[in-house]
Write a protein that binds this ligand. Structure first.
Ligand code: ADP
Length: 170
């Protein structure tokens, strides 16, 4: 059984086997969680991403997919990059957001990781309404068969922490 835990804090400080990055499909850096992970983790992570772009992921990482790299200088061992969907008011892209969590857990299982820290994928620059993003995140992680023992959602601000707490308890 996966235990879902919530932390109010910074994902780059988590001592876990793997942290999930809300990346963009270029894998070459961005703002928000992505910027924080690359700043804190150092150049090794970007070098690994460039290597992926030069080899298996020439066109980048598709929305809803996941790929692992080193975690560089982060306290975690691996970074699992996922690309969340950009929120659309006219098209339901929730399957792509669910896929981020499912694919991240699949990669986590391949790596044999027991603890994984997740950010609120798509709930920042990509504009997904927070309550819905939280519900999809929590429901998907609880519904996905995995060997991961602890799935830790790391929420940067009070509002997102409250949204995830509501999703977990109702
Ligand atoms: P996306 O582009 O998928 O929307 P963002 O990185 O813009 O991703 O934001 C995703 C969520 O992560 C937002 O709720 C944002 O506040 C939060 N966030 C930003 N920096 C950090 C951090 N260092 N640790 C944890 N969460 C963070």
């Amino acid at each position: 059984m996966t235990e879902v835990t919530l932390v109010h804090g910074d994902i780059t400080e988590q001592v876990v086997d793997a942290v999930v990055n809300a990346a963009n499909s270029s894998l070459l850096g961005g703002g928000g969680v992505d910027g924080a992970i690359h700043r804190r983790g150092g150049p090794e992570i970007l070098a690994a991403c460039r290597e992926l772009r030069a080899t298996t992921l020439a066109d980048g990482l598709a929305t809803g997919q996941a790929v692992a790299t080193t975690a560089g200088r982060l306290p975690a061992r691996h970074v699992i990059h996922v690309v969340g969907p950009i929120w659309s008011a006219t098209r339901d892209r929730s399957h792509l957001l669910r896929s981020c969590y499912e694919q991240a857990l699949r990669v986590a299982d391949e790596l044999g990781t027991l603890s994984v820290a997740f950010p609120a994928v798509s709930a920042g620059v990509y504009g997904w309404p927070l309550d819905d993003a939280a519900r999809i995140a929590v429901d998907t992680v609880l519904a996905t068969p995995t060997g991961v023992r602890e799935a830790r959602f790391v929420l940067f601000d009070e509002r997102s922490y409250a949204a995830f707490r509501a999703a977990l308890t109702t």
